[in-house]
Structure formats: C-alpha cells, structure tokens
Design a binder for this molecule. Structure first.
Ligand code: CAA
Length: 242
C-alpha cells in the first residue's frame, strides 16, 4: 500500500501509542496529536525514536475547534484520522456535575467534530480516506457510573453511521471500534475491587491489550478494509455480545 498520513488523537496515551506504532509498522507517516505542550510532545517523540519510530507530534486540545483546525494545518493533508482521545469522569448520575458532563462530552464527542471537520474536504477531493472512531463497550451496553461517558461514546457511533453514508461513494470509510476493558492507566484507575468484578465478567478472562486494538485500527485503515464502513466492531473479550 502507498504511504498515507495518519493522525491519532490521544496519540501519546496507552492505546494511542500502540496505534501509532502499528500504523507506522504498516508503512504510514504517523502524527500523534495530544494535549501536552510541544516540549512534552518532543520528549515522547524522542523516546519513540529510541525505539526505532519516526513520529510527528502536534499539540491539539480536541475540545477546541479552532485549535484542531490549526493542528491539522500544521500536519498537512491527512488520509487516516483516528479519533482516540477520551477521558472518564465517573460518578453515579445523582452525583454527576455539569462540569464533568461537559468535560466528557467535549473530549469524547465534540472532539470528533473538531478533528474530522478539517480533514474531510481533503479526503473527499483525493477520493480516499479512513476515519476510525474509538468508542467503548460502555457506549454499546451502558455502564453504572458512566452516564456521561456512555452517552458520548454512543454518540460517536451515531456520527460514524451518518458520515459513512455521506462519504461512501468518495472512497472514504468511517468506522467505530468499541474496545472493552483494556489494560491502560484509565482502567487501572478503577477501584481494585470493582475492577476485579469487571474482569470476572470477561469470558476471555483477562483485560485486553492496546496492541489488539491497534491491530484492528491498522486493518480498518488499509485498502483491504474498503468494503467496511459504518460498522461498529466490538473487541471486548466476549464481555458484551449482540
Ligand atoms: N451495578 C449495580 N450497583 C452497583 C454497581 C453496579 N455495577 N456498582 C456499584 N453499585 C452499587 C454499590 O453496591 C452501592 O450500593 P449501596 O449504596 O447500596 O451500598 C452503590 O451502587 C454506590 O456505589 P459506590 O459506592 O461504588 O459509589 P461511588 O460513588 O463510590 O462510586 C463509581 C461510583 C465511581 C461510578 C464506581 O461505581 C465505579 O468506579 N464504577 C466503575 C465505572 C467503570 O466501569 N468505569 C470504566 C472506566 S474505564 C473506561 O471507561 C474504558 C472503557 O471504555 C471500558
């Protein structure tokens, strides 16, 4: 496959870094977009360079519409966009604040608008594009303590289905991946007792690995996956089947 330019939001995090590495291994030029400043981004780039990867880094606060447009302008034409940035602010709904609702909507859902908007025209003009939205099992099944997160993650897939229809004839695919519980800092931050209960409910009997998500992203980004669009691919160890 010819080399494509990929941008991965939340690209320096647990799943994000794994996605960057697998896309690079598939031959793409990869930019991590993240909220850390340029100095921190440069540290991340240098650490990955020591591992043999040549990544770009661009600062992007995915809640900031103009900031995302400016970040994409720095990168140039983008062929593959992975909307991976996400946060949790877990609380039962009766205790959930508007601040924590807005934070999760901004980072997990507004981000998809903010990052897709500046790349879509170029993809349409060039007749090729891949947009991959990293949602969650909890957008599919809901989760106790996550009305905000479940709503935002379900919203991502609504966006996927609508945009997939609008762009299918132009060589662009738009898909959602819904990971279950993956062994990252986000999941390790859940109280141990609750986390153990969750793992006990995963038929495969373990947390998922960032590399397992990254491999699926890389496949959906390939030419071979050109007939897959508007899909929501579950990758959750059997925890939720539908
Ligand atoms: N179902 C039903 N009841 C539950 C429950 C559940 N899953 N979890 C807790 N409860 C009950 C408790 O037993 C408790 O009952 P009592 O009041 O009768 O004692 C009541 O609900 C309150 O629960 P907590 O004491 O746990 O409330 P809290 O305010 O201390 O904690 C919480 C709330 C922070 C949301 C906590 O329940 C929690 O961390 N839940 C897990 C949330 C979760 O899975 N987050 C995923 C993060 S990772 C991620 O999001 C990545 C991804 O995409 C998968």
């Amino acid at each position: 496959m010819s080399q494509k330019v990929a941008v991965v939001t939340g690209g320096t995090g647990g799943i994000g870094t794994a996605i960057c590495k697998k896309l690079a291994a598939a031959g793409h030029k990869v930019w991590a977009a993240d909220i850390a400043d340029d100095a921190k981004g440069a540290e991340w780039v240098a650490a990955r360079k020591a591992e043999g990867f040549d990544f770009g880094y661009v600062r992007a606060d995915v809640t900031d519409t103009e900031g995302c447009a400016a970040a994409i302008a720095k990168v140039g034409p983008v062929d593959i966009l992975v909307n991976n940035a996400g946060i949790t602010r877990d609380a039962v709904f009766k205790k959930l604040s508007k601040v924590d609702w807005d934070a999760v909507m901004g980072t997990n859902l507004d981000s998809v608008f903010n990052m897709t908007k500046p790349v879509i025209d170029g993809m349409l003009e060039r007749g090729w594009g891949r947009i991959i939205n990293i949602s969650s099992i909890n957008g599919q099944k809901g989760q106790f303590g996550q009305t905000n997160y479940s709503a935002a993650k379900a919203g991502m897939h609504g966006f996927t289905k609508a945009l997939a229809q609008e762009t299918a004839k132009k060589g662009i695919t738009v898909n959602t991946i819904s990971p279950g519980y993956i062994g990252t800092d986000m999941v390790m931050a859940i109280k141990e007792e609750i986390r153990e209960q969750i793992i006990a409910g995963i038929p495969v009997g373990r947390l998922g690995k960032p590399d397992e998500i990254a491999a699926l992203v890389t496949y959906l980004a390939s030419d071979d996956a050109g007939f897959i669009t508007g899909s929501n691919v579950a990758i959750n160890g059997g925890q939720h089947m539908f």
